[in-house]
Structures are given as structure tokens and as C-alpha cells.
Design a protein around this ligand. Structure first.
Ligand SMILES: NC(=O)C1=CN([C@@H]2O[C@H](COP(=O)(O)OP(=O)(O)OC[C@H]3O[C@@H](n4cnc5c(N)ncnc54)[C@H](O)[C@@H]3O)[C@@H](O)[C@H]2O)[C@@H](O)CC1
Length: 525
């Protein structure tokens, strides 16, 4: 789902910085050490009440006489909820704070009582939800500890989450089974990691970031969320992308090693995606039984035989000095099966040190520990799991879902390359921790062949980026960042193609291909 994120003006020029929830909490505490009043909480509560008003107008069609129930926890999150209820009560809304614990924020309780709001015990929640126009979830925010059990809220009641949907770990995106999904989340001080990845991303709804003046108290962001209009920024950091005046070799030559009798379509999908993204020339290495289908469906592709590969890789090395490589990058893996021949080709290609994207079948043939390769691995959670296991790191798919940035980073370090972890929130990360997050526009992107399309898009971007081979890379960290930018750029184009295709109904990988040229053009490629 495309996550709509609204930020205050001036919050971020382009990419939206993301911070671990606990870092934001620390920054708030630092700020409070300077100012001991309830200023921050009042500002947070005012923003929460404002969004509640918008939601009431949208869903109930009125403000006066509407009914709002808030789940109020024992900490400051509950305090925010109580002050917000008080503000709503002053505007004629019938408000009730359902107290989940024996204690609640004292000043918040006093403000609610002064405004004429009511409190109720948790056992009365079910009855109070009947006829309720809006539920404010102010049970737990960044202070959540493990082991919480939350009440079930009927799906037809709109939910506004205070800071973080209760049950979500704001540092990681993990969520308890009883998490309360929100239609909208007002988050305070900064966008939190837990809202944009993992399960947290799926239950946060539309996000409104409220500035609390924490700048100067926050550490470096943990990651950035990138959206469609960030594409040019991501690409421009790598090079001049205008195709004007370039011949086909300068627009990029991509080698594709893909396909098998079992998965012939994967090679075709990657090849078509590469060509549709504006590649100069595609050279394809596929098994004989896939070649005919590929030539028929991608007539632009020029087949590459085993012997020619050896010659070409040698020529690549010679031409590098003249600045004109014959194959600029490789896309390896879609539909690939582990055979002796495949391994020979794979090793040949990898030893040439061209920038490459490694996907699907090729991931299973990769070993950790080779250093300084300009590679992007594109696993889904299951493949990441296997990659980590080979590197001696035992985690379950559930662990990965609960803290995807962390495990994607582990793999990036173990394989010393960029990792693009696919998911409804795709995470692109370099070994030094630089990370970008791209949200899928539609859950339908999780369809067979969708990853093959992504590999083709990314292959084209890599080929056109004219990156040096490893030996020429003076500053490997800077190059890893460029690869991360390109990986996120490919994910953005892929996501936008998905959004365009979803406008027409449910989507298949072929629908993505059809929309690719328009998606690339819309985003300014
Ligand atoms: N610190 C500040 O200055 C500000 C904090 N704000 C709000 O404060 C929140 C953080 O406040 P807190 O640090 O008080 O944390 P929370 O209010 O999120 O939760 C902490 C409270 O919940 C209890 N708790 C946590 N997990 C539990 C579990 N599993 N079972 C039972 N009880 C559990 C804790 O014992 C504690 O009483 C933010 O999310 C935000 O909503 C905002 O008001 C802005 C300013």
C-alpha cells in the first residue's frame, strides 16, 4: 500500500528522514530537560485533536454531538490522548477516555475533567464503542514494552493513532498480534522507523508528522523514505541521465544471465523490463530451450554465446582504460537453475567485477565474504533468510519481518554489497548502514514475475550509470551509496508502474511491463 506521509513545510526538502522511535523519545526527553512544562505534550495533543476533527468531519459529517472514545494508557502517550480529548470536548464532541491502567497522566486527567469529558474503566469499552464515531488510540506509543494485550476494535470504527499504533515497536516495525490498525497516525517529532517498515507500515494508515522542534536533538536518521518525486535526485547523484546525443553503447549495455527450462518466463520478463526502461543494448545468455521464446518476445535482445562471453569480458577489461566498456552491467539470476554450466558463467561474470544485480536463482549460488564488489542483491525475506544462514546468521522469516532494516544490513555487511530487500516496504541498504525505503503502491505487486521485472529495471539503471569496475573504484563507500540510490530508483519506477497498472484492476507482471515506459516518463527518467 502506498503510504501517504504528510510532513510539515520545511521538514525535508526531498527524502523524508526516519528515526528509531527510541531516538525520538530520547530527543524529547533532552528537550524536556531544558523546558519542564507540558509544552511538547500540548503541541502533540493539538495536532492529534486537529486530525480527529478532520476525521470526524469526513466520517461522521459533523463535529458537534459526535462521539469519540480514546484508549488511554498509563504514560505520556495516554497524556497526549487526554489533552486531545479535552480539546475536542471544548468543541462540543462527546468524549470518553477509557483508562487501560490504574494510573493515567494526572495533568491530562485534570484537563479532561475541566473540559467536561468523562472517564471509564476498560471493561466498559465494548458498550462505549457502539455508536462511536472515532476511536483515538493513545494506549502506548514509543514506550511500549513487549507482552502487551490490546482490545479488539470493530473494523467499521475509524481509528486515529497517537504517535504510533499501539502494539507497534517504533524502533523496528514489529507488531503484536493484537495491534490496533489505524486509518491515520499523527506522529510527533519525527517519522519513526516502526511506521514505515515491517508490520508497522501496514497498520499505520496515512501518516501526519508533527514537528516538535527536535532538530538539533536527534541523531543521524536511520534511513530515508523516498517517493516518486525523489527519482531525479537519486539518479542525478549518480550521473547525467539525459539520453540526448548518446549512442546505444553510451545509453548502456546490459548483460542478462537468466532463465531455465523450468522458469523460461523469468528471463523474458527481465529482458522486456530492461528494454522498456530505456536500455541501449541487451545481451542475453539463456539456455538453448529459452532462446527461441526470448528472441520472439524480445526481438531487441542480442544473444550471447559462451565463447563470446569470454572474449567480451576480456575486451571489457581492455576497454575500461578507454572508458568504453562493451557490457556496462549485469543482471543475473531470474529463473536461473543451479547447473555446472550456469556456475561457470556466473563465476566468469562475477570475476570480471562489473556492477551487477543478483536475484533469485543466482542468490542461492553466492558465497559471503567477497569484498568490495559493486553488487546489489535483491532477495525477498525467504531468500534473505537463506543468505544470512550461509553467512552463519540464523534468523527466521518472522525475525526478518519484525526488524527488516536490521537484517538487510547484516546481509549487506556479510556480503559486502548493497541489499535490496523486497516487500511492501522495500529496503535498500549499503554495508555502512545507509538505507532508503520505498513503499509499494499496491499489494498486487506481490505477484509472480514482479521481481524479474524489478531486476530488469535495475539492470538498465546500472548499465546506464557507467559505474567503474571495482578495481577503478577509489571510494567504495561512495559507490555503494550510488548503488543504493539506483536500487531505490528502480524500486520507485517499479512501484509507480504497479500503481498505474492497478488503476486498470488487478495486475500481473506483464501489466507492469506495459506500464513501464509511462512510469519511467512520469517520474522524469
Ligand atoms: N516525552 C515527551 O516529551 C513527549 C512524549 N510524547 C508522547 O509520549 C509517548 C512516550 O511516552 P512514554 O515514554 O510515557 O511511553 P508510553 O506512553 O508509550 O508507554 C509507557 C507506559 O506504558 C506502560 N507499558 C508499556 N508497555 C507495557 C506493556 N507491555 N504492558 C503494560 N504496560 C506497559 C509503561 O509501564 C508506561 O507506564 C510518545 O509515544 C508520545 O505519544 C508526546 O507527548 C510528545 C512529548
Amino acid at each position: 500500500m502506498l503510504q501517504e506521509i504528510a510532513c510539515p513545510v520545511g521538514y525535508s526538502e526531498k527524502m523524508i528522514p526516519v528515526y528509531a522511535g527510541s531516538h525520538v523519545r530520547d530527543a524529547e526527553l533532552q528537550l524536556l530537560a531544558d523546558a519542564t512544562d507540558l509544552g511538547l505534550m500540548r503541541r502533540a495533543a493539538a495536532a492529534l485533536a486537529h486530525q480527529a476533527v478532520l476525521m470526524l468531519k469526513e466520517h461522521a459529517g459533523r463535529l458537534y454531538g459526535s462521539r469519540v472514545v480514546a484508549l488511554v494508557g498509563p504514560g505520556n502517550n495516554g497524556g497526549d490522548g487526554l489533552f486531545a480529548l479535552a480539546a475536542l470536548a471544548k468543541r462540543g464532541v462527546a468524549v470518553t477516555a477509557v483508562l487501560l491502567a490504574s494510573q493515567a497522566h494526572p495533568e491530562g486527567l485534570a484537563a479532561l475533567a475541566r473540559a467536561g469529558g468523562r472517564t471509564a474503566a476498560a471493561k466498559r469499552l465494548e458498550g462505549l464503542l457502539e455508536g462511536c464515531d472515532l476511536l483515538i488510540d493513545a494506549a502506548y506509543g514509543t514506550g511500549l514494552r513487549p507482552g502487551v494485550q490490546l482490545p479488539v476494535i470493530p473494523r467499521d470504527i475509524p481509528v486515529l493513532a497517537c504517535d504510533v499504533p499501539s502494539g507497534v515497536n517504533a524502533d523496528t516495525g514489529a507488531a503484536v498480534d493484537s495491534v490496533i490498525p489505524a486509518d491515520r497516525t499523527v506522529t510527533f517529532g519525527a517519522l519513526k522507523t516502526g511506521l514505515v517498515v515491517g508490520s508497522g507500515h501496514l497498520v499505520s494508515g496515512r501518516i501526519q508528522v508533527t514537528d516538535l522542534g527536535l532538530a538539533g536533538h536527534l541523531p543521524e536518521p536511520e534511513a530515508w523514505v523516498v517517493q516518486g518525486d525523489d527519482l531525479s535526485l537519486l539518479l542525478d547523484r549518480a550521473q547525467d541521465w539525459s539520453a540526448a546525443g548518446k549512442h546505444k553503447y553510451q545509453r548502456g549495455v546490459l548483460g542478462l544471465l537468466a532463465g531455465s527450462a523450468k522458469y523460461p518466463g523469468a528471463a523474458v520478463l527481465s529482458a522486456r523490463a530492461a528494454v522498456s526502461t530505456g536500455l541501449g543494448l541487451l545481451r542475453t545468455m539463456v539456455p538453448a530451450n529459452v532462446a527461441t521464446a526470448l528472441t520472439t518476445q524480445v526481438p531487441e535482445a542480442v544473444p550471447l554465446e559462451g565463447e563470446e562471453l569470454t572474449l567480451l569480458l576480456a575486451r571489457n577489461r581492455r576497454n575500461e582504460r578507454e572508458g568504453a566498456t562493451k557490457i556496462g552491467a549485469w543482471a543475473i539470476g531470474p529463473g536461473l537453475e543451479d547447473t555446472a554450466e550456469t556456475r561457470t558463467h556466473l563465476n566468469q561474470i562475477l570475476s570480471a567485477n562489473n556492477p551487477c544485480v543478483i536475484d533469485a536463482g543466482a542468490l542461492a549460488m553466492l558465497e559471503p565474504g567477497e569484498h568490495h564488489q559493486l553488487r546489489i542483491l535483491t532477495p525477498h525475506a525467504g531468500e534473505l533468510n537463506a543468505l544470512l544462514a550461509k553467512a552463519g546468521v540464523r534468523v527466521s522469516s518472522r525475525d526478518i519481518a519484525a526488524d527488516p532494516i536490521r537484517w538487510a544490513r547484516w546481509a549487506a555487511v556479510a556480503y559486502d554489497c548493497v541489499v535490496l530487500l523486497k516487500g511492501s516496504a522495500t529496503i535498500c541498504t549499503a554495508p555502512d548502514g545507509y538505507a532508503l525505503i520505498v513503499h509499494a503502491a499496491t499489494p498486487d505487486l506481490a505477484t509472480a514475475g514482479s521481481g524479474d521485472v524489478l531486476t530488469g529495471i535495475l539492470g538498465t539503471l546500472l548499465a546506464a550509470a557507467n559505474l567503474p569496475t571495482t578495481s577503478a573504484a577509489a571510494d567504495i563507500a561512495a559507490h555503494m551509496h550510488r548503488l543504493t540510490d539506483l536500487a531505490a530508483a528502480a524500486a520507485l519506477i517499479h512501484a509507480h508502474a504497479g500503481a498505474l497498472a492497478a488503476d486498470e484492476g488487478t495486475i500481473s507482471a506483464v501489466d507492469l511491463l506495459v506500464e513501464l515506459p509511462r512510469a519511467a516518463r512520469d517520474l522524469g527518467l
